[in-house]
Structure formats: structure tokens, C-alpha cells
Design a binder for this molecule. Structure first.
Ligand code: ZN
Length: 297
């Protein structure tokens, strides 16, 4: 297998009649992200209720929107969320959406040993299997922070795609040790609702709460430009944030606009990954930078 190091990802061929693709993805972090990042927060009743809004109120509203717009989406679900809200996960599956892996307790992987990372991965797999009988093919690391071991761990477990990298506008095959590769569906921070809407005292940092009008304007500008580049537009929303009424309403208007563009293929991420795999692209490698000791002086 030929591998190319540090070359740009180039435009790919989309299915007949399409010149770009878009996927609306949802991360159901619920309590898990806060429980991991801020130990002891399980004793904060108000904060926990803020996170519970996602699965309890946001997801049903978003599922109705997706049904109305006839869009198949991808839901990245931490194992802990699945165990706490099994009926919500089953409803998502019953509606025909893809269920993908998002850690167990939304564990950040920076500085974590490979053994621990494997444990989080398998714990997440077990939870999705137990609750919904699902064996996911897609993975998104909590905080989009994979390690240099993540892709091998994913391939060893039969995953088809990863969605964490920020180096490209187009999907690609990411080279993995052992002459293997995994489909990469790239994302970026500007296409995430967390930075627009998340305010939690002591937890969210600055935590501005922006207007949905501003968020949608920003996402739409990027959508139109990425479409013109023939790229892949992946929007990431959290039901505890974008499930709120005015935000969900604005999101539906945006989804409607994207769906009405017949040049864009709108579908779940596994469908896009399956298409990318069929193209037999030459894998691209993104080797870790080597920082020689003398450069530290
Ligand atoms: Zn998350």
C-alpha cells in the first residue's frame, strides 16, 4: 500500500449528481462530560438537571425535526449516557439513525495510557451492545482529542471511520500502522454548538450564550463555502444545548435549507464513510512532529 506523508487531502468524487456532502451529528454527552471533567459534580443537582435536558427533552424534539426533514443522522453516545437513558438510545435506533461511539464517561484521552484508553473503548462498546444491540462503526473522541494510539485501537475492533481530525476539508483514508487505514470524516471547532451556547457556572469557562441567529449564520456561511469546495460539512450539536426551543427551531430552518440544495448529499456519517471506502483512496499519514532536544533550548 502506498502511503503519502503530510500531503493535503484533495476533493473526492461524490455519488452521482452530488458535488458535496453534509451530515448533522449529535453528541449526547448528557451528564458524562461534566462528571468526567469536574469530579464531584454529581452532587450538583442543578448542573445535573441542565445536562439531563439533552436526553429527556432535547433528543425527542430533535428526532421530530429530523423526521420532518427526512434526514438520517449520527448520534455519538457515551456508554454512561446509554446505561442511564436506555429508552432514549432505543428511540434513536428505532428512528433509523446511526449510533456511534463517544467514550464511556466522556474520557479525555490526553496523557492517558493505552491500557486505559482500551478500557474506555471496550466499556463504551459493551454499553451500546447491552442497551441497543449496536456494534458501532464510527468513533468520535471526547473533546475531539484522540491519541496517537486511537486509530489502531479502532481498527482492531472493526471500526470503519473516525471523526476527530481537523486538517482537511475533504474526507480521506488516514494511514494506520501495519499497512492499514481508517476513513476519516474531518470536523472543526467552528461547527460545534458548545462554543456558541454552553454556559455552566465554574465549568464552562467564559460560557457566552450566543443568539441562534448568529450561530446559524456562521454555520451557513461555512456550509456554503465548503459546498463550493466540494467538501464535507459535519455539524456537531449537543441535545442539552441545541435541543432548547429557539435553538432547535433555528437548526430546523438551517437543516431545511441544506436539504433543499439538491447538489448536496445529506446523510448519516456511516453512509459517507462507506462511500469514501469504496473509492480506494491512497492513505495519507499524519506523523507526529518530532521535537529535537536542541529546539527546546
Ligand atoms: Zn462529547
Amino acid at each position: 500500500m502506498t502511503i503519502q506523508d503530510l500531503v493535503p487531502a484533495t476533493p473526492i468524487a461524490w455519488p452521482e449528481g452530488k458535488k458535496a456532502a453534509a451530515s448533522f451529528s449529535f453528541d449526547i454527552d448528557a451528564e458524562s462530560a461534566i462528571l468526567f471533567a469536574s469530579p464531584g459534580s454529581e452532587h450538583r443537582f442543578g448542573v445535573m438537571s441542565h445536562q439531563a435536558y439533552g436526553p429527556l427533552t432535547g433528543v425527542p424534539r430533535l428526532l421530530n425535526i429530523l423526521e420532518r426533514q427526512r434526514v438520517r443522522s449520527t448520534f455519538f453516545i457515551p456508554g454512561y449516557t446509554a446505561l442511564r437513558y436506555p429508552d432514549v438510545v432505543r428511540d434513536i435506533k428505532a428512528a433509523g439513525h446511526e449510533i456511534a461511539h463517544h467514550g464511556f464517561m466522556h474520557e479525555a484521552l490526553e496523557g492517558v495510557s493505552v491500557e486505559d484508553e482500551i478500557r474506555y473503548m471496550d466499556r463504551g462498546l459493551d454499553a451500546l451492545e447491552k442497551v441497543a444491540g449496536v456494534r458501532p462503526v464510527g468513533y468520535r473522541a471526547p473533546m475531539w482529542e484522540p491519541s496517537y494510539a486511537t486509530m489502531e485501537i479502532l481498527l482492531d475492533r472493526g471500526f470503519l471511520y473516525d471523526s476527530n481530525m481537523m486538517d482537511a476539508d475533504h474526507p480521506y483514508e488516514l494511514a494506520v500502522a501495519g499497512n492499514r487505514s481508517i476513513v476519516e470524516l474531518p470536523i472543526q471547532w467552528a461547527l460545534d454548538d458548545w462554543e456558541q451556547y454552553c454556559y455552566l457556572p465554574d465549568i464552562s469557562g467564559v460560557g457566552l450564550i450566543e443568539s441562534p441567529t448568529k450561530a446559524i449564520e456562521m454555520w451557513n456561511l461555512e456550509f456554503e463555502a465548503l459546498r463550493d469546495e466540494g467538501g464535507l460539512f459535519v455539524l456537531t450539536n449537543h441535545p442539552f444545548l441545541s435541543g432548547r426551543p429557539s435553538r432547535a427551531k433555528a437548526l430546523e430552518g438551517f437543516i431545511e435549507r441544506v436539504v433543499s440544495d439538491s447538489s448536496v448529499w445529506v446523510t448519516a456519517m456511516e453512509d459517507i464513510a462507506t462511500h469514501v471506502r469504496s473509492l480506494n483512496l491512497t492513505p495519507r499519514a499524519l506523523p507526529a512532529p518530532v521535537v529535537e532536544a536542541e529546539y527546546r533550548k
